[in-house]
Design a protein. Sequence first.
Length: 621
Amino acid sequence: MCGFFGEIATKPSEVNLAELHKSIFHRGPDDSGSEKGEHWMLGFNRLSIIDLSESGHQPMWDSSHRYVIVFNGEIYNYKELKETFVNDVTLRSSSDTEILLRLLIDKKESALQYLNGMFSFVFIDTVSGDFIAARDRLGVKPFYYFYNKTTFRFASELKALLKWPDATRDINPEALNEYLFLKYISGEKTIFKDYYKLKAAHFIKGNFNAPEHLSIQRYWEMPVHEGMSEKSIGELEESFESIFSNAVSIRLRSDVPVGIFLSGGIDSSLVGAFASKTSHREQIAAFTVGYNEKKYDESGVARQTAKHLGIRSETILLGPSRLSDIDTLVEYYDEPFADSSALPSYHLCKAAAEHGTVFLTGDGGDESFAGYRRYIRALNNASIQNIPGVLKSLSKTASSVFAKYSNIAYKLRKVGTDTETSVAFMDDLPYNPIYDYVYSDGVIANRSQWVKDKMEQYWLKNGFPITAKQQYWDLALYLPDDILVKMDRASMANSIEVRSPFLDYRIVEWAATIPGKYLIDNQKGKKLLRDLCNKYLPSTVTNAPKSGFGVPLHDWFAAKEGNAFFKQRITDPSFALKNNIKVDHLCKIADMHMNQQSQRRFGEFFWAILMYDAWYRKYMY
């Protein structure tokens, strides 16, 4: 796991390499290097995981000194690729980087179809001028770039691109508008104009002699859940065990010890169960977050799981966080990012870094196996969502009678919203009346078009069941642009690597074939995984309620200190959103929240506003 930066241009810019290395030092504190040619420059910071020797140094050249690569991530099946494709080649290292380099030399972009891993990389043929940049299928590893027809710059984090002397920082109004409704920035956009993200499962191809001909192509399609398998539940479980066992096994490949982030949930517990089968148990350690607030604490269930599996368990007790910690988060997230679970994720990774370097997690299980509560809510609310259009229209009209910050206004607006939009944005409706009350007229005016664009881009309209549509939405949008961003930045900020077997693309493809009846019913999701849990784990794990990785935002903002902190930020003359938000209305909502005068909970909404302001203070002043 590492970080890189570079530039391919007609005439590369003068830039302070030391400053670039420093900006992503946290991603790779073990080694660094840079190389340059007439039309290119590559820089790298290394976190040593496989082949700890100098042979794994990057940028890495082939033996002919013609081809060079920088590569962030892990190719989990590198041993199999070596045996199949490069077994007759003398290698200088035992690293997956060199296997990837050889595969790219021989197969160019066709090599991508063989890779099982999390990765982003840039590969250059310094003689022909051809280059390839790519990102893994599910978007686990980031790839940011700047492009202006003559210059192509790239980096593992956006902050590195801002180190060029001519770097601009003009806010992208479309990205800001999306953030205000979605709470993160999706797809290829970033918060700055002219800066982009390479989307998951895409690659860039070009030649440094003609940089204006840059080409971006997709190499893998996100599977749509069709539920076509005719196997019995027993046969499906056997099939899953085979794939999952291998997915866990290849993610245990490391030249440093591997631990597990073990919660009380079934996803990480299954990872622990299969890891304990695959590896020597004394080599596996489970790390669990403990909270003083019992509502958020799953450490008891996790310890019971570890004991049952015979693996060592350590509880990392996280003390009370503070709202002011938001200023620490923006240092690493580079863009406005309002998922509040980034805070405990960061503190978990910070504490875990004292115990190890590589950890397995259960990320990805909810998306492929229908584990989110909103999937169940959508099924249970189907009758409400399918009421006649005239009643929806009446409900929408009725919502305007009540105060926009009231609970009943929200519920009526939700019923009055068309079915697909309401279900797609199940956790936070874009037509939430509180937005009409707090956001400026200019922000609200752009909402309908933004919703339309998002629905057309990510929402299937071809008759698939509602759960399948939600899964596609989450796999294509929420997973790469929220969940995986959260964990990549939290882990890399603390120089550790996180791997998730559920993000093996073979599992995502396989899960798309499971009949819906084996995934979810009106009470629980992840039915197949729950059944499998009964074979390996105590019933307390299988039946444990899903708690998530939450932050007590409601309590924080209801406290006098939290209320004062929030109002001090939003009433400051330099408040970043003063032209986008009606500050007096927002202050009124904050006071109502503190005085418990509303049934609505606004903690996540307040957090998103604070996060943007904290980001702006860090990156724009």
